[in-house]
Each structure stands twice: as structure tokens, then as C-alpha cells.
Design a protein around this ligand. Structure first.
Ligand code: SPD
Length: 282
């Protein structure tokens, strides 16, 4: 192999490597190692602690699916909270919704936002919208402090290791429930069904123990481990499966559509198996 390559060790025996055209930025923040490289295959790429977070070429899939599925499940989302998501991609999608009056971004690491503004402007471009408030604080503490505040909460976190671990606990979901209005809902990124089946099962049942409606949906994200990614949704009232496609506003997107909204919840049998109740398992 020639030249410089960036490698994410996705498991101890599996890696994804991309040839690097240029390293644009590297720093150790108070929270993590932050790196932005320009790759031949996926364009500019943000890595945190050597884990790919987003790339200019495939970020639209993740950001559209983490934002529009919950926002179009709620009939009139106004106040939206994003936990993590310092690159701004989820915010860019949220502010496409005319009903949204306030989008709060709670990101623990100010350096992620600064680097995204400088090197990933096509992703961070919504951060200066007048409806957006950015707070550099811990998302776990933030939801503890609020009651009946948000219509939608989006957990756009790193993998469930280190500081993000607390975003995948039953206690956190109970605080998210409390911070949501009586008809609110939340979604979180929840890893690869090929590599993290037991984790997805545990999260699904924790969400189902707190919210009356729990669902899982999928999207194809080539730079994430396994290439197929899950999102887990907990809702107090609205079921994403009951959304009328005719009611979904046509907003400019490249992966999400009213048809994809429904299709994303159709799970292949091996993913159904991950969340099948214990007594129905073979
Ligand atoms: N394996 C990496 C998962 C990262 C998910 N969050 C990415 C943040 C993009 N806004």
C-alpha cells in the first residue's frame, strides 16, 4: 500500500482504511483526539479517537435519518434537542422543518464544533441559524435538569464507550422521558446489527421499559462498521409506523423520503431476531 492511510480498527480483527490526500487538522482536546483528513474515497472525514464520525460523501444518510424520521413522526415539532452532534449535520437537517422554533445543540467538546465550522462547512452550515442555541455541556446533566421541555430529543453520540457510555443507560432514557413533553419522542444512534447485536437488544429493551412505543430502524452507512446501522426510537404517543406518507412535507433530501421513512422500519430477519422476546427465541 502506498501513501498515507487512515485506519479505523472497527473490532480487534476488522479495519476500514482510506487513502489520505491531506491531513487538515489534528489536536488533543480536553475530551478526545480530534482529526480531520481529506480522503480519496469519502472526501473530508472527521475522526474522534481514531473512530470515523462522519465524511462529506456519506454523512447525508446518517444525518437525514437521525433527524427526519423523528421530526416527521411528531405532527408539529417545535423544540428539538440534539445531544452530541457537534459537527452540525443533525442541526442542518432539523432546521429544514418550518415548525421548528428552537434547536438546542448540547455538545460536550467545543473543539468539535470549531473544527467542523472550519473544515466541514457543508455539514456545519446550519449552526448559525437564528433558531439554534449551542451549549457546551454534558448531555446527561442537561436532560436531568429539564422537565416537559422538548418535543424531540436526538442522541447523535459517539460509540458507547468512555464519556458516551452514560447515554445508553436505562437511567438516561428515564431522564430523556422526563425532559420530553407529554407527546414527545426520542431517537439515538445505536450501532451495527452485524457487530453489536447484544448491545442493540439491551438498548431496545431498556427503551421499551421506559417508553410505551419502542422501534428500531436501519440505514446504510458505508463508513460505519458493518455498513448497516441502527437507530432506536422511543415515543410517548406517536408511532413512526403510523405516519401517513402524504402528510410528510417534501423537503430537500438525498436519502430520506416518505417511502424510505416506512421502508427503514422493515427489518431483515436477522435484525428481527436481535429484538425478538426471549420466550419466542429458538
Ligand atoms: N462508529 C461511529 C458512530 C458515530 C455516530 N455518530 C456520528 C456523529 C455524526 N454527527
Amino acid at each position: 500500500m502506498q501513501g498515507i492511510w487512515v485506519t479505523e480498527l472497527q473490532t480487534p480483527s476488522l479495519a476500514l482504511s482510506c487513502r489520505v490526500k491531506k491531513t487538515l487538522h489534528r489536536e488533543k482536546t480536553p475530551y478526545q483526539e480530534l482529526c480531520i483528513v481529506d480522503t480519496e474515497a469519502f472526501g473530508r472525514m472527521l475522526l474522534l479517537d481514531d473512530v470515523i464520525q462522519t465524511t462529506v460523501k456519506d454523512e447525508f444518510v446518517y444525518h437525514e435519518m437521525i433527524a427526519h424520521v423523528p421530526l416527521n413522526t411528531h405532527p408539529h415539532p417545535q423544540e428539538v434537542l440534539v445531544i452530541g452532534g457537534g459537527d452540525g449535520g443533525a442541526i442542518r437537517e432539523i432546521i429544514k422543518h418550518a415548525s421548528v422554533t428552537r434547536a438546542v445543540l448540547v455538545e460536550i467538546d467545543a473543539r468539535v464544533v470549531a473544527a467542523a465550522r472550519e473544515y466541514l462547512p457543508e455539514i456545519a452550515c446550519g449552526l448559525d441559524d437564528a433558531r439554534v442555541e449551542i451549549r457546551f455541556e454534558d448531555g446527561i446533566d442537561h436532560v436531568r435538569r429539564f422537565e416537559s421541555q422538548y418535543d424531540v430529543i436526538i442522541v447523535d453520540s459517539t460509540d458507547p464507550v468512555g464519556p458516551a457510555e452514560g447515554l445508553f443507560t436505562r437511567e438516561f432514557y428515564q431522564n430523556v422521558f422526563k425532559a420530553l413533553k407529554p407527546d414527545g419522542l426520542f431517537v439515538a444512534q445505536t450501532e451495527s446489527p452485524f457487530l453489536n447485536g447484544e448491545f442493540i437488544r439491551r438498548v431496545y429493551y431498556d427503551i421499551a421499559s421506559v417508553f410505551p412505543i419502542a422501534r428500531i430502524y436501519l440505514a446504510t452507512i458505508p463508513t460505519y462498521p458493518g455498513g448497516l446501522w441502527t437507530f432506536s426510537l422511543g415515543s410517548k404517543q406517536y408511532d413512526p409506523l403510523e405516519v401517513d406518507p402524504a402528510r410528510i412535507p417534501r423537503i430537500p433530501t438525498r436519502y430520506y423520503s416518505p417511502e424510505m421513512h416506512r421502508a427503514a422500519f422493515i427489518l431483515p430477519p436477522f435484525v428481527e431476531e436481535i429484538i425478538r422476546p426471549e420466550e419466542e427465541r429458538e
